[in-house]
Design a protein around this ligand. Structure first.
Ligand code: ADP
Ligand code: MG
Length: 529
């Protein structure tokens, strides 16, 4: 066989590995979560591919993850029957950084430092494959892609700037498809190769993985065996009539080793919402989207009739890029499944309009074809109906926050996503009725707490016909506007529109509850009597 070929890591990889090892030293166990999550991704990819490729689908039944802990030798082996990697993919995926998880980790690390940082938080971020080196001083990845007829072995040591790749030649290690990762644990970390500890970690980290995870466990069952507990007596018995002889038994535990299913594979969205706790929803959110804060709200629902799907939607607690970022249409916020098969999280306005793209969640459809493509998504009538329903549910959820007794929640929401909703006023005429009640503004009678349009309308004078506003660049300058006095004298409330987008949004609405919006700086302002 050809000898192993040596490759240098891309410079950033070496740096990243240093960072991981130095910032996660108190959180080493995350390595298992990361490897399982990669295995689950690989299985998702295979399942998706097998829909269009019948060759692959004949053995999709055994899509699973198996973890074998060898206590004596301090070795952990994690095998998945997923998509595997070709030789080139080994170089691209494990030798360079191009991956989302790691980018997020770097950002978290930076934010954390800026914030003066608690190290534990970082452990909640996706850090990816290299976290294997937290516990292992040598990592071997043997992998077989359906695109290649050869199986390749990638190997690297901790603190090394290079790795090797060679062909797998050991017939005992040949796998039909997928990836086997072997961790040769560091001297001080051999304790991880304990079947019970692995089982606990899997239960803790992976209860939302939708493929079965088996761990190699020692098991036992009790059986009854016959015993002669008193030899003298049994001798005596021998002389007695055989049929009258009393048999003595005792219970012994028979021990053996076997694969044990360690996680629950029923996806949370298929469960009855009455039986799922808020903490479970929050945990699913944090684990699915690699977040460390709980969502502001969630909604779990099923739609039936014309189009059938199940979904869990969430309102995140913060805007990912900070509230001043431009509204981004392309996110990985919605994970689409078709009959439990993960299809895509790469959407561009198909399921939510741009201004609602901050909503996160999962959608599992029964009506879309499994081999749904981007073109189908864009053209599909089913998708259009789904979008309508999802948008309605998202609004219900946001309205729910706004009606909650805890005012702070909606303030938080508004602070992060108010701009999105104002954009909605401009871009989505059809939903004006849902958007308008959610808006918040300062006013001449409420300079510190924002009010809703409903609060404004309730506070209107009996003879007042319109909703007055003034656009300015801050509350202070709005307060000093020359035209304002004329209204405040009459105790007419005036909304302060202090963000650039406000005025356009209000103008798009035109009116609220049959009251026109009127700009008080217009010359022909008529206040009636
Ligand atoms: P991320 O999961 O965020 O992409 P990782 O560092 O965890 O980043 O993994 C890097 C890449 O390596 C993955 O995107 C994937 O392409 C590849 N990879 C890792 N583990 C596996 C696996 N078990 N099977 C197939 N590909 C894998
Ligand atoms: Mg990963």
């Amino acid at each position: 066989p050809p000898p192993a070929e040596r490759f240098e890591y891309q410079a950033e990889v070496s740096r990243l590995m240093d960072l991981i090892v130095n910032s996660l030293y108190s959180n080493k166990e995350v390595f298992l979560r990361e490897l399982i999550s990669n295995a689950s991704d690989a299985l998702d990819k295979l399942r998706y591919l097998s829909v269009t490729n019948p060759e692959l689908s004949k053995d999709v039944a055994d899509l699973d993850i198996r973890i074998y802990a060898d206590k004596e030798n301090g070795v952990i082996t994690l095998t998945d029957s997923g998509i595997g990697m070709t030789r080139q993919e080994l170089v691209d995926c494990l030798g360079t950084i191009a991956q989302s998880g790691t980018a997020k980790f770097l950002k978290a690390l930076k934010d954390n430092k800026d914030a003066g940082g608690d190290n534990n938080l970082i452990g909640q971020f996706g850090v990816g494959f290299y976290s294997a080196f937290l516990v292992a001083d040598r990592v071997t990845v043997s992998t077989k892609s359906p695109k290649s007829d050869k199986q390749y072995v990638w190997e690297s040591e901790a603190d090394s700037s290079s790795y090797t790749i060679k062909e797998e030649t050991d017939p005992q290690l040949i796998i039909p498809r997928g990836t086997r990762i072997t961790l040769h644990l560091k001297r001080d970390e051999k304790g991880f190769a304990d079947p019970e500890r692995i089982q606990k970690l899997v239960k803790n980290y992976s209860q939302f993985v939708s493929f079965p995870i088996y761990t190699w466990q020692e098991k036992g069952y009790t059986k009854e065996v016959e015993v002669d507990d008193d030899p003298a007596e049994s001798k005596k018995d021998d002389q007695d009539d055989q049929t009258e002889r009393k048999k003595k038994t005792k219970k012994v535990v028979e021990r053996y080793w076997d694969w044990e299913l360690t996680n629950e594979t029923q996806p949370i969205w298929l469960r009855n919402s009455k039986e799922v706790t808020t903490e479970e929803y929050n945990e699913f959110y944090r684990k699915t989207f690699n977040e460390y804060l709980d969502p502001l709200a969630s909604s779990h629902f099923t739609t039936e009739g014309e189009v059938e799907f199940k979904s869990i939607l969430y309102v995140p607690p913060v805007s990912p890029m900070g509230k001043d970022d431009v509204v981004n249409q392309k996110t990985k916020n919605i994970r689409l499944y078709v009959k439990r098969v993960f299809i895509s999280d790469d959407f561009d306005g198909e399921l939510f309009p741009r201004y609602l793209s901050f909503i996160k969640g999962v959608v599992d459809s029964h009506d879309l074809p499994l081999n749904v493509s981007r073109e189908i998504l864009q053209e599909s009538r089913i998708v259009r109906i789904m979008k309508k329903r999802l948008v309605k549910k998202a609004f219900d959820m946001i309205l729910g926050i706004s009606l909650s007794e805890n005012r702070e929640d909606y303030e938080k929401f508004w602070d992060n996503f108010g701009k999105h909703l104002k954009l909605g006023c401009i871009e989505d005429r059809e939903n004006h009725k849902r958007l308008a009640p959610l808006l918040r503004f300062f006013s001449s009678q409420s300079e510190n707490d924002m009010i809703s349009l409903d609060e404004y309308v309730e506070n209107m004078k009996a003879e007042q016909k319109a909703i007055y506003y003034i656009a300015s660049d801050s509350v202070t300058s709005a307060k000093n506007a020359p035209f304002l006095e004329k209204l405040t004298e009459k105790e007419l409330e005036v909304l302060y529109l202090v963000e650039p987008i406000d005025e356009v949004a209000i103008q798009s609405l035109k009116s609220y509850k049959d009251k026109d919006f009127i700009d008080i700086s217009k010359e022909d302002l008529d206040l009636g009597k």
